[in-house]
Write a protein that binds this ligand. Structure first.
Ligand code: PHE
Length: 461
C-alpha cells in the first residue's frame, strides 16, 4: 500500500482545518440563523455552545483521527471495534448530503460575483422588475444554478484529486489569508456606514427574555450551527488529523481553529448587519436561505461603490465555500481510497460525480435545500457528535487521553475533566438538542405536507 500522505508544514494542517470550518456556515448560514433566533440572544447561546461543547468535541475528533491514521469508517472501526464502522458510514453519508447542496449554494455566490463583474447591482435588480427577490428566484434555480453547481463541483474535485499537499494544502494557503483580509476590509468599510449603529445594536445587545421564551428552538439551532460551522460531527477533523505526521499539540491547534472560525463568524456579522441596515432591511431572518443574497444585492445597489464591494463580498464567500467543500469531499474520497481501494483521482472524480448528481434537484427547487440542510445539521451532525462523544468518553477514554498527551505532555486532571465533560454534560446537551431537532424537523415536515410540500406535489407531480 502506498504511504499515507501527510501535511507538508505545521501551518498546513491548521489552515486546512480553518479553511474547512470557515465557509457558508459563517457567512451564508450564520446571519440568517442569527436573525431567526432573534439576533444577539442567539449569538450568546451559540458562543457558549462553541466553547463548552465545540472545543471538547473537536479534540475528540482529532485524537481519533491521529490515533488511527484512517478515514472515518476505518478510524471508528479501529478505535471502537467492528460495529463502529456503521457509525463511520453515517459520517460519510452526511458528507455526501451536505456537499450536494453546499455546492449549489457555492455556485450562487460565484454567480453573484459574476454579476458584479458584468455591471452594477442596481441595473441587475432593475432587470428583474426592480425586485432582488425575483432576481434571486431566477438565479437560484434553473439553468444558471445548474451550470454554476457544475463549475463549483468541478473546482472542488480538481483540488481534492491533486492530493493533500499539492491540492488542499496549497489551495488553503492562498484562500484562508485572502478570506480573512477581505472580510476585515469589508468590516472596516461597513463601520463607516451611517446606519451601522442599528445593525450593531441588533447583533450585539442580547435580550434575555428572548432566550428564555424560545430556548427549545434556540438550543437545537445553536447546536446545529455550532457543529456545522466547526465542521464537526461527520469526520472532517478525523480525516484531517489522520494526515498529521508528527505529534502536535492538538489542544493548541483546536483552540486556534475554533478561535479563527468564531472570529470570522463574528466578523461576518459586523459586515452583514450594518449593510442590511444601510439597505433598510431591519428584519433579518425573515428571508431564509435567499436572505443574504436579497439583502446584500439590495444594499450593494443602494450604496456608493456597491458594484466593487459586492464583487469582493460574493467572491470572498465563494472562496470560503470552496475551502470547505474540499474538506467535505476529502472525507468521502479518503473513504473510497482506504476502503474501496481506488486511486485518488478515481475516488475524487467518482464520488464528486455522485454528490453532484444528488445536488441537481436542488437547482430545480429550493424545497430540497431546506429538506437536506435541516436534516443534515440539526439531526445528522448532532447525532454524529453524540456518538463520537460516547465513543471517546465511554468506550475508549484512556486511549484518547494518552493520544492527546502526545505533543502536550502529562495532562493530569485536565484529561479527567475533558473525559468527564464528554461523558455527562455534553452527552446530555447533545441528546436534548437531538431530540428537539427531531421534533422540529417532524413539525417542519408535517407543516410542509399541509402547506409547501402539498402545494409542490400538486404543481409538479
Ligand atoms: N464548516 C463549513 C462551513 O461553515 C461547513 C462544513 C460542515 C464543512 C461540515 C465540513 C463539514 O461552511
Amino acid at each position: 500500500m502506498a504511504q499515507r500522505e501527510t501535511w507538508a508544514t505545521r501551518t498546513g494542517f491548521i489552515l486546512a482545518a480553518v479553511g474547512s470550518a470557515v465557509g457558508l456556515g459563517n457567512i451564508w448560514r450564520f446571519p440568517f440563523v442569527t436573525g431567526e433566533g432573534g439576533g444577539a440572544a442567539f449569538l450568546l447561546v451559540y458562543l457558549l455552545f462553541v466553547a463548552l461543547v465545540g472545543f471538547p468535541a473537536i479534540l475528540a475528533e482529532f485524537v481519533v483521527g491521529r490515533h488511527t491514521d484512517r478515514n472515518p469508517v476505518g478510524a471508528l472501526r479501529a478505535y471502537g471495534g467492528d460495529a463502529w464502522k456503521y457509525v463511520g458510514g453515517i459520517f460519510i453519508a452526511t458528507g455526501f448530503i451536505i456537499l450536494s447542496y453546499y455546492s449549489v449554494i457555492g455556485g450562487w455566490f460565484i454567480r453573484y460575483a459574476i454579476e458584479g463583474l458584468r455591471g452594477d447591482y442596481a441595473s441587475h435588480i432593475a432587470a428583474y422588475e426592480g425586485d432582488p427577490e425575483i432576481m434571486f428566484g431566477a438565479l437560484s434555480t434553473g439553468l444558471d444554478a445548474f451550470i454554476l453547481h457544475t463549475v463549483f463541483m468541478a473546482i472542488t474535485v480538481g483540488i481534492v484529486a491533486l492530493g493533500i499537499r499539492r491540492g488542499i494544502e496549497l489551495a488553503v494557503k492562498v484562500m484562508v489569508p485572502a478570506i480573512i483580509l477581505l472580510l476585515v476590509g469589508l468590516a472596516i468599510w461597513a463601520f463607516t456606514l451611517p446606519e451601522a449603529t442599528g445593525g450593531y445594536e441588533y447583533y450585539l445587545s442580547p435580550d434575555f427574555s428572548v432566550i428564555a421564551a424560545n430556548w427549545t428552538e434556540l438550543l437545537p439551532a445553536a447546536a446545529g450551527q455550532a457543529f456545522f460551522t466547526l465542521s464537526l460531527g461527520m469526520g472532517v477533523m478525523i480525516t484531517y488529523a489522520s494526515y498529521l505526521g508528527e505529534d502536535r499539540n492538538l489542544a493548541k491547534d483546536g483552540t486556534a481553529i475554533i478561535g479563527f472560525d468564531t472570529g470570522i463568524a463574528f466578523l461576518t456579522g459586523l459586515v452583514v448587519f450594518p449593510i442590511m441596515w444601510a439597505g433598510d432591511l431591519t428584519e433579518p431572518g425573515s428571508g431564509g436561505p435567499g436572505e443574504i443574497f436579497v439583502a446584500m444585492t439590495q444594499a450593494f445597489a443602494d450604496i456608493d461603490g456597491g458594484q466593487f464591494l459586492g464583487l469582493i463580498f460574493f467572491a470572498t464567500v465563494a472562496i470560503a465555500a470552496i475551502s470547505s467543500a474540499i474538506s467535505l469531499l476529502e472525507v468521502v474520497t479518503s473513504y473510497a481510497i482506504d476502503e474501496i481501494g481506488v486511486d485518488r483521482w478515481k475516488a475524487a472524480v467518482g464520488m464528486g460525480g455522485l454528490i453532484y448528481l444528488l445536488g441537481v434537484p436542488v437547482t430545480f427547487d429550493l424545497i430540497f435545500l431546506d429538506l437536506l440542510d435541516y436534516f443534515a445539521d440539526a439531526i445528522l451532525l448532532v447525532f454524529g457528535a453524540l456518538v463520537l462523544t460516547i465513543l471517546v468518553g465511554w468506550i475508549a477514554p484512556q486511549v484518547a487521553v494518552d493520544e492527546l498527551e502526545k505533543g502536550i505532555g502529562d495532562l493530569g486532571t485536565l484529561g479527567v475533566v475533558w473525559i468527564w465533560a464528554l461523558r455527562i454534560p455534553i452527552v446530555i446537551v447533545l441528546v436534548v438538542s437531538l431530540y428537539l431537532g427531531i421534533v422540529e424537523y417532524v413539525d417542519f415536515l408535517t407543516g410542509m405536507e399541509e402547506g409547501q410540500l402539498g402545494w409542490w406535489i400538486e404543481e409538479n407531480l
